[in-house]
Structure formats: C-alpha cells, structure tokens
Ligand binder design. Structure first.
Ligand code: BES
Ligand code: ZN
Length: 924
C-alpha cells in the first residue's frame, strides 16, 4: 500500500502539485479507499457504453505514466495521470483496460483539484476490454480534466502488453527482462488508455528500475533520479497513437552512431550478442538517412533505438523511436548468417523505419485501412533497399511478394484490402498477405502508372498534410491526384481526381485479382477481364461475374522495344497492335497486379520465343510467364503440359529468379506426390529434375562465394538436390557434416549450405543428438533456426514427437519458435499427421500462448492443413473447425485453409494424370 501511495505522490510532484495547492479538497494523494472513505455505492450503476469502439466525447491529450516493474516477483504497478478534453457534458469516462487491477480512480479539474471526496467507482466490461469511471460531479463540455488511475498487473507470460522474457548466458545463468508489444490492441493490457489509433496524445513516461538495469522508452531519458531505486524520466513524446508506445527494462548492451541529420541510432542486444549488432547499426543509419531524403521530412525524434528481444512473437514492431525485433530479424552473425539472412535483416529494418513515417507520423484512421501502414512499409522495403544496398538485388523478390498475394486473392475466401475489422481478433487478422503483399503490389502498380516522381511527390504531400494525424484511403488518392493536376495544367482537375479514386477503389475495395485474356484478331488485340479464381471455373454456377477493375495495362511486342500502355476500364476492350506483330507479352515486368491468359496460339508463340531467344524478354517477364502458366493450370484453364513445356527452356536460363520460379513448381509437385505416396510419379519426377538440372547442380560449389543471387541459387539448388536423394550431394553433405562434428563444431561451414549439411547429418541418430546438443548451446539465433529445421527433417517420428514436446515446454525450444517448428514438422512427410494431431490436441494451449487471430495461429493452421490433398482430410479439418466453432467462426483463416485444401484436391484431379504421362514421355 505504501508503495502505491508513494507512486501517486511522486507523479503528482512531477506535475508540480504540492500539499499547498489551491484545491478546495485535499490536493495531494487521493483518498485511501480502504482506510478513509467508503466508495460510492456502485450497485445501481450499469456500464454506460455498449459499443466496441470508445465514445468520441472525451479525447486524451497527455498521458503522464509512471511504471515500476519488479523483475523478481514478475509484476508491476503504475500510475497514469491522463489529461482529457471533454467535448459534451458527461459523468462517465470510458476507456480501455484489459487484465489490469485498477486500485484507485480520481478525477481532478484543470487546477488539479479533486472533483469528489470519494474514490470513484470503476466499472468493468471485460468482453469489450473497457472500464468506465463514474464522476458524481458532471464533467463539463469544453473543459479539461485529469483522470488519475493507479493500477497493477503481472508481467505477462505471453507476447503482448507489458510482458516478461528471459535469456540464458553462456555460463547458464537465466536473466529476465520486461518489454512491450502493443499493436494492435494490447496497450490496454499494460496501462488504462484510449487504445484506438486516432486517439493521438503526448506521453510523458517515467520508469522505476534497479541500478543493474537500463530502461528504454520511445524518447530519450532527460532526468535520472537516484534514490536507491532509480527513476528514469523520458522526454515528452510527440503526438502519437497508443499502439506505438513502448518501454523496456533490461540489462542489454548497445552500439550507437549518429546520422547526417543528428539522430542518435543505437542497437541493443543481450550482452553476449553485442558482436552481432554492428551490421544492423550501419544499415539503420543508412536507411534512416535514405527515408529523410525520400520523404523530404526529417525524422522528428532525437534518437532511434533498435532492440533485439529474446522472446518476441512477430518479426519486428515499429514503436516510435524504440523498434523491437525478434533476434533473427536484427542480429547478423558474420560467421553463421547466410546471404538471405542478411537480406532479411536489411528488409526488416527498412520496413520498420519506413513505418516511422507511414504509420507513426501518419496513421490510418482505423484498422480497416491497416494496409496504409503495412502495404506501404512493405513496398518501401523495395524502394529503400534498392538504393541503399543495390548488391542485395532486393528487386528480385518483388515478384514473389505479388505471387504470394495472388495465391490468397485467387481463392474465394480472400477479402478486399480495406475490410471491416472491429473486434481485437478481427483486427489482428488484418495483418495478413492482403494488407502486406497485395498492398505493396497495388502500390507498385500505381507508382508505375504515375511515374516514380509523381508517386514520390504525392506521398510527400500526403505525409506532410496528415502529419501527427490520421488518414483514410481517399486522403492518399487526393494527395496523389492533386499533384497530377498541378503537373498537367491541361487536364480537368475534377476528372483526374475522380479517375484516380475510381481506379484505386477497384483495387482496394474489391476482392480478388483480375485475369486478362488476350486474343489476336487481325491487327487488333482483343481483351477481356474477369476475376481469377483457382477453385471455381467459369462453367460453375457459382462463377462470379460482377467484378470490374480499372487496369493500367502494358504490353510489349516483337516489333519495337517500347512499352505500350492502355487503361482498361471495361469488361471487354481491344487495342491496335499492327498486322506485322508476332508475339505479344502483356503486363510488362509484371508491374500490374493481374494475370494474363493468351488465347489461340498465344502461349505457343511464347513457348517458342523462350526456346529460341529467351533474352528477348526481361527476367521479370520470363518469371511472370512461368507463374501465369502454372496458375492457369491450377485453375483448369491451361493444360499442365503446356506449362511444363514453357519451362523446357530453363536449361539455358542463367537468371536465378526465373530458374528458381520454375524449380519451385517442380519441387512443389514433388513434395505433393511424395506426401500423397504416389511412388511412380515421385520417382520419375525426382529422376527428371536431377537429370534436367544436372549441369547447373554440378556447377554449384560448397562455399559462400559469389553474388547474393549466386549464393541464393546455390543454397536452394543443393538443398533440393539432397532432398531428392542425389548421391553426389548427399556424399558431400555427409563429408562436411563429419568434418564439422570432428572439429567439435568449431569449423565454420559455408552459411549458405549449412542447413543442407545439417539436414543430411540429422538423419543419423548420433548426428541428430549432436545437433540438438549444439542447439541448446548456440548463441546465434539464425544458426539455431538452421539446426531446428534440420532436426525437424528427421525421418524418425519419435524424434519429431520429441521436438514438438520440447516446443510445448518452451525451455530448450522457445515458445516464440513453436509455430515455425510445427510448420517444419508438418512439411516433413513423416511428420505431417503428427503435427496436425498435435495442433488439435493442444489447440487451446496454442491459442493461449499466441492469441486468436495472430500471425502465429494462422501460420500453424495454414502450415499444417496446407499439406492436405484429399476429401477425407478436408472433412477431418472441417470437423475440427466445427468442434472449436466459437473460435473458428471469428477467424477468416479457417475458410482460407479449407479453400486451400479444395484447391489441392482439384489440382490432383485436374493435373496428376497429365503430370504422369508427361514424365513418362520425358523419361523415355
Ligand atoms: N507493425 C508490424 C508488427 C505487427 C505485426 C503488429 C502483426 C501487430 C500484428 C510490423 O511492422 C511488421 O510488419 N512486422 C513484420 C515483419 C516485417 C518485416 C514484414 C512481422 O512481424 O512479421
Ligand atoms: Zn509493418
């Protein structure tokens, strides 16, 4: 009790309140609930608000927050003094709070005088995660008040709110830290607040800690009080949304540098991982400088910290000035990290730094438009890394980002980019491929359509106009359209403006990806658009016909090097290409978010072109054709042998991206027939792949030499070759593994082939046991990830079982890695059923650990059910979802999972026969 009282006094003194205040009532501590006055009789009061969203009648202006976590007893107490603006007379303050013990509530007027002698009643509505405080004296519209709340809670066990985490040092000591993750709706788990993105406010945060710890928050520390216990007071924040608040108490070590504009950038990690922080620091400085120039708006805070948190559920979180990361997303260990690990770290930093503008400075009004944050940050990764780290060739991955989006968008269960999301579960589920990937691809299309310059200046305007405030889609289109009008004085302002909005609405408010079918008719190219669906055929009664997009079409032909453009705004259309034209390739470099089908001899012309002279097309066009063809076969629109013929040119392909795209389909087919236990096709497919790609496999060296793309190719090819049982590959991997073990694991293997070497080594009992032992000791998370993947590739189901048990215990294998572990086991043909039974058995434990709607839960569902190919399995999944109806009905992902299985079943029906006979022919 003394502790609580002490905190209140401290907070009030910070605000300049003293015992001699002019307040008519007592001005220092509020009345003590148990000793002095009884609280008001709350029996007659009922919760005054019935909506999920808070009333708009009261607006938070400034939070003074004092927190005192105790890392020994794993709990904390806190006080918030919240300055409020009341719009209309009311007796109630309604705000968010989840799982907090609110011990005292008081309302003060502008002069910090208490409005009531009594401790105010706090009513709870746990289903809406809200509390309501009743003030017997009316709060008058137009006035400001202070709400003072004392509260306490445990430091959470999960990954949301203010939660605890531990790590082990090399001497075996366990250390504890406390950290936060709030987005989207968990700030309310750490302190009572108006937890919605448009309630922006300033935050003055203070943290009590022991001298052995460091406290971090969004802003730099300005005052440190030392009273045995330390108290760090952080500078007042800029106006921001509650989900961006963050604080950490830990014993980490950091490295720092300053950007050209004077921002102090620091990277923090557990002391023994300090060596792994240097790459991130360099990258963060470079990228922050890039964004300041690109957006033409300086980063507004004096510092930016990037912290590697040992227990972290997602990849990273963009808290303003205090970005938190999973260790694998920030730490780079030059001895064990591969080329793709480095690219990943760079991309994550680029993503979170982009959010400091897109998301933090300008925030979506509501979660339905979360793509304005996530789609932009995802797309900015490509723009910024392309300039700052051209050698990483980040553009090689853009197409794949769009392919993933199309994968989801071509199922019935997809959703529009902007979709209704009200409950916390629905809001969490908005952080999906549609917001991230489709958002990024649609922006890429828009940038291409408007030109780089118009796009850049448009978003500068948008960011400037909505700084420290919130925006909707329309605000973005307006900012972009205004600029077009300024540029082109001839154009009709209204028309331009309207057209951009109409065009973009077809992409953001409508579900799906269009398929444009093109046919040659004399000198014209006849065009038709429809929604592309992999599971529904146009002949089905369920075929949707009400879809129409405004498609910025582009094409290239054999008669000129220029790109032709045409805005297609109707279901059918045509363009003049000329009688003399041979081949036509539509959607140049796949800058547009649509698939293309070539009617008549169109595909044959392109197949021939790739055979004769594939470099007539860019590598992106080649990759796009491969993707298109295989998507059409899945939908039953193109026969599989055509798609297989199309990749018949791959032996002469020297670019990594199309080569890997073609191989990825073959590998996916292999995994499918292997998993379905279809021995003849499995055998023939593996023989075919190893025969056809022999030359390129043999050219690979077991090293880390070469460019990033060469390294990526090596890594993927050797992994596939060993998986297919290629003898030379297996022998080399086994030799490397033995060498490595003989050296007591001191020898460092080439990072790009480490995972393959371990996977081969893990097939022997002793190799598996050694790997598990090394896993427990390793201080590099990227290294551990590679070992775990190898362990999960074992053919021994007992071992897989053991891994899943370890994942549940959360000691040797951290809970944060459990979702990827389950997916790894599910991908293993021997582990597939095991993983699925495990998910069913431990469903509620998994939901408790990860929360419904979270990325991890979705990953687990899609990762396990994505391996099903039969109607019996579909039924099994449906029955399970029915058994958890209450949760499943809140989730979109269950429908996605069932659509996925349906798609798999149809694929086999449509294509297995063709694959078998095509392979027979090839083997002959
Ligand atoms: N804002 C998100 C973090 C987040 C994810 C919050 C899900 C709430 C729910 C962050 O910017 C993000 O997108 N993180 C990604 C990694 C990123 C590089 C794609 C993640 O955590 O997966
Ligand atoms: Zn993000």
């Amino acid at each position: 009790m003394f502790w609580v009282r002490f905190l209140v006094l401290a907070l009030l003194s910070q605000a300049g309140v003293t015992q001699t205040s002019s307040s008519p009532t007592h001005a220092s501590a509020p009345p003590n609930p148990t000793e002095e006055q009884p609280p008001l009789n709350t029996g007659s009061l009922s919760f005054p608000w019935s909506h999920l969203r808070l009333p708009e009648n009261i607006v938070p202006l400034h939070y003074h927050l004092l927190l005192h976590p105790n890392l020994t007893i794993l709990s904390y107490i806190g006080t918030v003094r919240l300055e409020l603006q009341v719009q209309n007379n009311t007796n109630w303050v309604v705000l968010h709070s989840k799982g907090l013990r609110i011990t005292t509530a008081t309302v003060l007027d502008q002069n910090l005088a208490h409005l009531s002698d009594q401790v105010l009643p706090v009513l709870h509505n746990p289903t809406h995660e809200q509390v309501a405080i009743f003030s017997p004296r009316v709060l008058t519209g137009g006035q400001k008040y202070f709400l003072l709340l004392e509260f306490g809670a445990e430091l959470g066990e999960g990954f949301y709110g203010f939660y605890r985490s531990t790590y082990r040092t090399s001497t075996g000591e366990t250390r504890t830290l406390a950290s936060t993750h709030f987005e989207p709706t968990s700030a309310r788990m750490a302190f009572p607040c108006f937890d919605e993105p448009s309630f922006k406010a300033n935050y003055s945060i203070s943290i009590r800690r022991s001298p052995a710890h460091t406290a971090l928050s969004n802003m730099p520390v300005t005052v440190v009080l030392d009273d045995g216990l330390m108290e760090d007071r952080f500078a007042v924040s800029v106006r921001m949304s509650s989900y961006l608040v963050a604080f950490i108490v830990c014993d980490f070590r950091s490295v720092s540098a300053t950007t050209a504009s004077g921002v102090k950038v620091s990277v923090y990690a557990a002391p023994e991982k300090w060596e792994q922080t240097h790459y991130a620091l360099k990258a963060a400085v470079k990228l922050l400088e890039f964004y300041e120039k690109y957006f033409n708006i300086n980063y507004p805070l004096p510092k930016q910290d990037l912290v590697a948190i040992p227990g972290f559920q997602s990849g990273a979180m963009e808290n303003w000035g205090l970005i938190t990361f999973r260790e694998t997303s920030l730490l780079y260990d030059p001895t064990t990290s591969s080329a793709s690990d480095r690219l990943w770290v760079t991309k994550v930093i680029a993503h979170e730094l982009a959010h400091q503008w897109f998301g933090n400075l300008v925030t979506m009004k509501w979660w339905n438009d979360i793509w304005l944050n996530e789609g932009f940050a995802t797309y900015m990764e490509y723009i910024s890394v392309d300039t700052t780290y051209p050698k990483l060739r980040v553009e090689d991955y853009l197409l794949d980002t769009c392919f993933v989006a199309i994968g989801r968008d071509s199922l019935n269960s997809s959703r529009p980019i902007s979709s209704v999301a009200e409950s916390p579960t629905q809001i969490k589920e908005m952080f999906d491929t549609v917001s991230y990937n489709k958002g990024a691809c649609v922006l890429h299309m828009l940038r291409h359509y408007l030109t780089d310059q118009v796009f850049q200046i448009g978003i500068m305007r948008y960011l400037r106009r909505y700084s420290y405030s919130n925006a909707r889609n329309q605000d973005l289109w307006d900012s972009l359209a205004n600029y077009i009008t300024l540029q082109d004085q001839q154009s009709d302002h209204y028309k331009q403006h309207l057209d951009l909005t109409t065009m973009m609405n077809t992409w953001t408010l409508q579900t799906g990806v269009p398929l444009v079918t093109v046919a040659r008719q004399g000198s014209r190219l006849v065009l038709k658009q429809e929604r592309f669906l992999r599971t529904t055929h146009p002949s089905d009664p369920a075929w949707p016909s009400l879809y129409l997009w405004h498609i910025p079409l582009t094409y290239r032909t054999d008669t000129s090097t220029s790109i032709h453009r045409h805005l297609m705004t109707t279901l059918t259309d045509s363009v003049e290409v000329g009688e003399e034209v041979g081949w036509v390739k539509v959607n140049v470099d796949m800058a547009g978010y649509y698939l293309v089908h070539y009617d008549g001899p169109g595909w044959d012309d392109l197949i021939q072109l790739l055979k004769d002279n594939h470099t007539a097309l860019s590598f992106m066009d080649r990759t796009h054709l491969i993707h298109n063809a295989f998507q059409l076969t899945t939908a039953g629109r193109l026969s599989l042998d055509k798609a297989l013929d199309l990749i018949g040119y791959l032996r002469s392909e020297s670019h990594t991206v199309p080569l890997l795209q073609g191989l990825a389909y073959l590998e996916a087919f292999y995994r499918m027939v292997e998993r379905m236990d279809i021995p003849d096709v499995t055998q023939n497919l593996s023989t075919y792949i190893l025969w056809y790609f022999r030359g390129v496999i043999d050219r690979q060296t077991w090293s880390d030499k070469g460019s990033v793309s060469e390294r990526r190719l090596r890594s993927e090819l050797l992994s596939l070759a060993c998986h297919l049982g290629d003898l030379p590959c297996l022998e080399q991997a086994q030799r490397s593994f033995t060498h490595w073990l003989d050296s007591n694991s001191t020898l460092s293997l080439p990072a790009d082939v480490t995972e393959t070497v371990y996977s081969v080594g893990a097939q022997e009992d002793s190799g598996w046991a050694s790997l598990l032992h090394i896993y427990t000791l390793s201080l590099s998370e990227t290294h551990k990830h590679k070992i775990l993947s190898a362990l999960a590739s074992s053919r021994d189901t007992n071992k897989l079982h053991r891994l899943l048990e370890l994942g549940l215990e959360g000691e040797v294998i951290r809970t944060q890695d459990l979702d990827s572990l389950i997916v790894m086991v599910a991908r293993n043909p021997r582990g597939h059923h095991l993983a699925w039974s495990y998910v069913q058995k431990y469903w509620s434990t998994l939901v408790d650990k990860f929360q419904l709607g979270s990325f991890s839960i979705r990953n687990i569902i899609i990762g396990t059910t994505g391996q099903f190919f039969s109607t019996e399995e579909l039924t099994e999944v449906r029955v399970f979802f029915e058994s958890i109806h209450e949760q499943a009905s809140q989730l979109r992902v269950t429908q996605v999972a069932m659509d996925n299985i349906q798609k798999n079943i149809l694929w086999l029906q449509r294509n297995l026969g063709t694959l078998r006979s095509w392979l027979d022919q090839q083997i002959d």
